[in-house]
Design a protein around this ligand. Structure first.
Ligand code: KG4
Ligand code: ZN
Length: 360
């Protein structure tokens, strides 16, 4: 069987120390079903053995995730996805040490599928059950052992940017996190997707805006940045600004979008990235922390990656971007939280229920 052992960054308690001294491998099954991706992963300690993701294409035709359809698709996908993850890892279900699942935040109908399945399987196998906060998992994905990817040292700032969330989090330990800024309306991924929809692009439009932006002029069309106090974000005004701008241009030239797609996408992306970087600069200045780690689907964006690299030269930041497959919704990130909680023997019981809204 695959052998893998890495010293955890923090040996939190006697049990973790015992595991390390006895070189005992821990096999965690991670289950993620918070939105529209059904995912299962097997981790051996902090190494990923498999990470299977079934994305739901059904939502594309509706221009966004339809909760009821997402829940039904999770029900169809969950068994084959978990089965495949176990097979790909080269283990059997009897080798599992514990099961970690996303408790929330997310869509209730979607969360219920993963939660119920995790509870049933843990009960049947008589192994510990570990509940995981999805947003913590996006941050702790940085602690997956992966060649060529450094783990951030504490304290660091995490920018979690996805279709559902936009947060700046001060992370002082694996499970000591404080949200110091967040969106007061739309998430940054929504800003990308809704802008894309205005331009007639299919859902999810974020990756397409990124693609077209690469050949455009980011300063072609200046969009107004919102004024929001402190470290919070707002993206709904920008979306409305883009809508009015495009409607006005289309009245003058019905071919405006086709003729200017690259420049419009580049300008939208430039504005969104400026908003994010401005807040990061403020957060870094206020906290004195210069290590910055990003997570969530939008961290795949080429513009934010470039802007962070520039931040290393301009502001002395040290930046961390996880491997691409661990940025979007995936179960490997749930598995690493499961492993870190396992080291602390932090388990939950069968009374646990899914929760659509939870903070850390
Ligand atoms: O983390 P994630 O997979 O799911 C949520 O928890 O929301 O993030 C999905 C979001 C979508 O809004 C998608 O458009 C956006 O991430 N996204 C991007 C890029 N790749 C994914 N946005 C901008 N540029 C990208 N390259
Ligand atoms: Zn997510």
């Amino acid at each position: 069987m695959f052998y893998c052992f890495n010293f955890a960054d923090n040996i939190n308690n006697f049990y973790a120390f015992f595991l390390i001294m006895s070189s005992q491998n821990v096999y965690i099954l991670g289950i993620e079903s918070s939105c529209d991706d059904t995912s299962a992963a097997i981790l051996c300690n902090d190494c990923v053995l498999s990470n299977v993701v079934a994305s739901q294409k059904i939502h594309e035709q509706y221009g966004g995730v339809v909760p009821e359809l997402a829940s039904r698709a999770h029900q169809q996908n969950i068994v084959p996805v978990i089965d495949q993850a176990i097979k790909q890892a080269g283990i059997t279900k009897d080798d599992l040490t514990a099961i970690a699942f996303t408790r929330g935040p997310g869509l209730m109908g979607s969360l219920l599928v993963g939660t119920s399945f995790a509870k049933s399987l843990a009960l049947a196998l008589d192994i510990p059950l570990i509940d995981v906060n999805h947003m913590q998992a996006h941050i702790l994905a940085h602690f997956i052992d992966e060649e060529g990817f450094d783990k951030p040292e504490f304290p660091f700032l995490a920018l979690t940017i996805s279709g559902g969330h936009t947060q700046v989090v001060k992370v002082t330990d694996h499970f000591e996190m404080e949200i110091i800024g967040e969106t007061i309306d739309d998430a940054v991924g929504e800003a990308f997707d809704k802008s894309a929809k205005i331009l007639g692009l299919p859902y999810p439009g974020g990756p397409l805006v990124d693609k077209y932006a690469q050949l455009g002029n980011p300063k072609a069309f200046p969009f107004t940045k919102p004024r929001v106090d402190g470290l919070n974000f707002s993206f709904s005004g920008l979306k409305t600004g883009i809508l009015y701008f495009v409607q006005k241009q289309l009245k003058e030239n019905p071919n405006f979008i086709e003729e200017n797609l690259h420049d419009v996408c580049a300008s939208i992306q430039h504005t969104i990235i400026n908003i994010l970087i401005d807040k990061l600069k403020k957060a870094s200045k206020e906290t004195g922390i210069k290590s910055i780690a990003i997570g969530g689907g939008v961290s795949a964006n080429s513009g934010i990656r470039k802007a962070l690299k520039e931040g290393e030269f301009k502001y002395g930041w040290k930046t961390f971007v996880p491997k691409f497959e661990y940025t979007t919704d995936n179960a490997a990130m749930i598995g690493i939280v499961g492993y870190l909680k396992y080291l602390q023997q932090d388990f939950t019981d069968m009374s646990i229920v899914a929760k659509a809204r939870i903070k850390f």
